[in-house]
Design a protein around this ligand. Structure first.
Ligand SMILES: Cc1cc2nc3c(=O)[nH]c(=O)nc-3n(C[C@H](O)[C@H](O)[C@H](O)COP(=O)(O)OP(=O)(O)OC[C@H]3O[C@@H](n4cnc5c(N)ncnc54)[C@H](O)[C@@H]3O)c2cc1C
Length: 337
């Protein structure tokens, strides 16, 4: 994750210190939380039903950030806290840049650089849109996002947010300015990733589905003894839609013995198909692959549908269907992020 720090340099540290005087939090050390969720919503909304412990009434109440957490004592520069503690907390936006024509990089402050975000690798967070003018009672007001930089030594976290036309949350986030805050809750943990847990990982990522892959890749690279071979197969609509392009290319160039990067642009090469997978995966007939590898899948709903079938809930991976099933893989070989 340190790789990202180069382009922000000292400026971010200065900003983080300034923000400390604006935003305050308690010294309370976080406890982990596995958020419970509904199982019936469409895949990309299933985190967002009303099991939220601050709004468990049927009619949507105005979301209140946990004010006891956000407005109490200012920690000293030496305190280390975990920012994610299972409650809604406000985080100040310290930088917004364009990642592509429709995707923003949003950097948020951890109040001071000694703090940890508290997000296990590949984990997600929830962001919500507080509103007084709630109209559509059936539409949840929060969505999950997967930060690409966590625990940066300078005390910030970075998100990639693709903005969808009329997208409730993404347009809300995109409308924010530096100095505004976002209400965030987490962590939403996923599979525990350990170095050398498998001989190889295949990562099938569509669009913003690259975000957890980038987290996992960096986790593996932190361990000098890790020998996992990583086969990244990224699908993007066009070249200009490619996310984290520089980061992935830099990592692949630096670790050619470990990272095998393939980007398939659907305008030129079509969607990822069986021929692509046969060329690019380390093992292509699931019935002969044993337990050496794990295939991660992450992308928009149609992407899951095509390759693995959708998840039912964060705890329920759902049935394995789609192209990977056709290639004789089983649910033991596949993890839907
Ligand atoms: C575990 C998890 C992690 C995620 N991490 C990220 C992330 O790091 N960055 C990020 O940008 N998004 C991420 N998403 C998707 C995100 O949660 C929202 O679904 C997305 O921002 C759209 O929400 P919205 O409120 O703007 O759109 P909505 O108001 O819900 O929908 C608006 C329109 O956009 C379409 N749409 C909504 N979501 C998608 C989608 N994912 N793909 C294609 N079409 C869609 C809908 O069909 C609808 O037409 C993640 C999703 C999950 C489940």
């Amino acid at each position: 994750m340190r790789r990202f720090t180069s382009y922000i340099g000292q400026q971010s540290l200065l900003q983080s210190k300034t923000i400390l005087t604006k935003s305050t939090i308690s010294k309370k050390v976080a406890t982990g939380l596995l958020l419970t969720t509904a199982v019936t919503a469409p895949a990309f909304l299933y985190y967002t039903k009303s099991e939220d412990n601050n709004s468990n009434t049927k009619s949507p109440a105005k979301p209140e950030a946990d004010k006891t957490e956000t407005k109490s004592n200012t920690p000293s520069q030496q305190d280390t806290i975990k920012a994610l503690n299972g409650n809604w907390r406000e985080f100040e936006i310290i930088e917004i840049t364009d990642e592509s024509h429709d995707t923003k990089r949003i950097k948020i402050s951890l109040w001071n650089r000694h703090n940890e975000f508290g997000l296990p690798v590949a984990g997600a967070i929830l962001i919500r849109k507080p509103t007084d003018t709630w109209k559509d009672q059936n539409k949840p007001e929060m969505r999950p996002y997967t930060p690409v930089v966590v625990n940066d030594p300078e005390g910030w976290v970075e998100l990639l947010v693709k903005v969808y036309p009329n997208g409730l949350l993404s347009e809300y986030i995109a409308g924010k300015k530096v100095g505004d805050t976002l209400e965030i809750k987490g962590p939403l943990p996923k599979l525990s990733i350990k170095p050398n847990m498998k001989k190889n990982f295949t990562m099938l990522a569509g669009g913003t589905g690259v975000t957890p892959m980038y987290q996992i890749l960096n986790k593996l690279l932190e361990d000098k003894d890790d020998k996992t071979q990583v086969h990244l197969i990224i699908s993007q609509k066009t070249e200009k839609d490619q996310l984290l392009k520089t980061e992935f290319e830099t990592l692949a160039k630096k670790h050619p013995e470990k990272i095998h990067l393939n980007v398939i642009t659907s305008d030129k090469q079509g969607h990822i198909n069986k021929d692509h997978l046969t060329k690019l995966m380390p093992c292509t007939d699931g019935s002969k692959c044993g337990n050496d590898g794990l295939i991660f899948v992450c992308g928009p709903p149609a992407f899951y549908k095509a390759y693995s079938g959708e998840k039912k809930s964060p705890q329920d991976q759902g049935e394995l269907t789609g192209l990977l099933k056709e290639m004789n893989f089983t649910s033991d070989h596949v993890y839907k992020l």
